[in-house]
Design a protein. Structure first.
Length: 183
């Protein structure tokens, strides 16, 4: 059974796909937040277990709960019997990149100043944009993500966002195995 992951931008999708390379895992890019939510609903309507991975864009707990509640209202209307997981990356999916300094610096080809590395804990996308400089952010971000080596990808796989996706995939597989045995 395939598990779908829906994101709202290409770099996030490429990063997650590079880290989780399982054959039963597909990543779809909704291009922006509202389209990603609709795409997740479409996957649920197709009876596909779905992870919707969005940036929370906040560190504040109250705002995080509000955003989660609003998106879950939409997802619950799609297809209530198909499992889904909403993951709001705090504050952004780019935080995964900053979970492995050695791998990130190697892929980027430059060291990152301690102050930038510290700031990336709170504003990873802003720091990533600044480090990549002028020009097409998406193109440069994809180049860095594509340059991550296997060791960096394994270390980034320990990030809580990735662990939550893997946990959801394991839950779906376990439920499917139970249904097969009961039938």
């Amino acid at each position: 059974m395939t598990v779908a992951a829906v994101v709202d931008n290409e770099p996030s999708g490429r990063l997650v796909r590079r880290i989780i390379s399982d054959s039963g895992f597909e990543v779809y890019n909704g291009l922006e937040r509202s389209a990603a939510i609709m795409m997740a609903c479409g996957a649920l309507s197709e009876l596909m277990p779905t992870v919707l991975l969005l940036d929370s864009d906040t560190l504040e707990e109250r705002l995080l709960r509000e955003r989660q509640h609003l998106v879950e209202i939409s997802l619950n209307r799609c297809h209530g019997r198909i499992p889904y997981r909403l993951i709001l990356a705090v504050p952004q999916v780019d935080a995964i990149l900053f979970s492995d300094r050695k791998g990130f610096e190697k892929a980027r080809g430059q060291k990152v100043a301690d102050l930038d590395w510290f700031e990336a804990r709170f504003r990873p996308r802003a720091v990533f944009r600044r480090l990549l400089g002028e020009g097409d952010f998406e193109e440069k971000a994809l180049a860095v993500i594509n340059a991550l080596d296997d060791a960096a990808l394994r270390r980034m796989a320990r990030h809580p966002i990735i662990q939550e996706i893997r946990g959801f995939m394991a839950e779906v597989q376990l439920k499917r195995a139970r249904v097969r045995r009961a039938g």
